[in-house]
Unconditional design. Structure first.
Length: 121
């Protein structure tokens, strides 16, 4: 049995392993090795390592993407997952505010423009 963890692309199996097929679904024919690393290594091994819980991993991932200036669909995907993994609106706002001082104010503004839609409740 597989339990849904993320929208359409990621699941948590009974063994608490994150299962993702987005790499193969989107890039499988163009870059099969990259797709394999994305699905099997990044999500299948790194995200499934029990040393850090999914909430902590989500916070690290979002912080890293924002600090890198990445505001494409991957940031939105990870913001949605952060919310699903238990990162509250208050925690997200505090985290991005903290990142702003180290990574740059414009990067935080760009992230907040996406965050406000995800945490609009």
């Amino acid at each position: 049995m597989v339990k849904r963890l993320y929208e359409e692309e990621a699941y948590m199996s009974e063994e608490q392993k994150v299962v993702v097929t987005a790499g193969r679904d989107i890039l499988g024919k163009l870059a099969p090795e990259f797709a394999k690393y994305n699905d099997d290594v990044l999500f299948g091994e790194v995200w499934s390592d029990s040393t850090l819980n999914l909430k902590t991993r989500s916070m690290i991932t979002v912080s890293t993407l924002v600090a890198s200036g990445i505001t494409d669909s991957s940031l939105k995907f990870h913001l949605q997952n952060a919310k699903k993994n238990g990162v509250s609106k208050k925690e997200m706002a505090a985290m991005i505010t903290h990142v702003a001082f180290y990574a740059g104010w414009p990067k935080a503004w760009a992230a907040f423009n996406i965050i406000k839609d995800i945490y609009k409740d």
